[in-house]
Design a protein around this ligand. Structure first.
Ligand code: DQA
Length: 145
């Protein structure tokens, strides 16, 4: 059975109440439930991890190597400056799809840069929770070959 890892970075545990005008009212649990349901339908096993700590996310990316087929990763603010996470993604063979709820290219200039994008398989942003679902659909297609 194919396996994917859904990783979420800092402050995404607060989704639902955090800046709802930007991120909406959907909680991380709601998003994970939707992913889990669609993945189960498609016969894919899925693990979830959210952390506010860069080192925990680096450890999770490293540990994912040879264990998962794909990673869906919203690194949140770390997207914009974590060379440690970029290097971890570059060091593993598992393809990473970078996702964001908001359209980072429409927001403050410091959010326009993703240091992860050059080492990610692709980036999906601006679709709210559907950014994660679109990443999952892409994975389902790719797994079918
Ligand atoms: C985010 C965008 C980031 O700029 C921000 O720091 C986040 C969430 C998003 O999903 O839109 O925490 O990754």
């Amino acid at each position: 059975m194919p396996k994917i890892l859904v990783l979420n970075g800092p402050n995404l545990n607060l989704l639902g109440t955090r800046e709802p005008e930007i991120y909406g009212h959907t909680t991380l649990q709601d998003i994970n439930d939707r992913i889990g349901k669609r993945a189960a339908e498609a016969g894919i096993a899925v693990d979830f991890l959210q952390s506010n700590h860069e080192g925990v996310l680096v450890d999770a990316v490293q540990a994912a190597n040879h264990k998962y087929d794909y990673i869906i990763f919203n690194a949140a603010a770390f997207t914009h400056y974590s060379i440690a996470l970029r290097d971890a993604i570059a060091a593993i063979e598992v393809p990473v799809i970078e996702v964001h709820l908001s359209n980072i290219h429409q927001r403050e200039e410091f959010r326009h840069t993703s240091v992860l994008a050059p080492v990610a398989m692709g980036q999906i942003c601006g679709l709210g929770a559907e950014s994660y679902m679109a990443a999952l659909e892409a994975i389902i297609c790719k797994l079918k070959g």
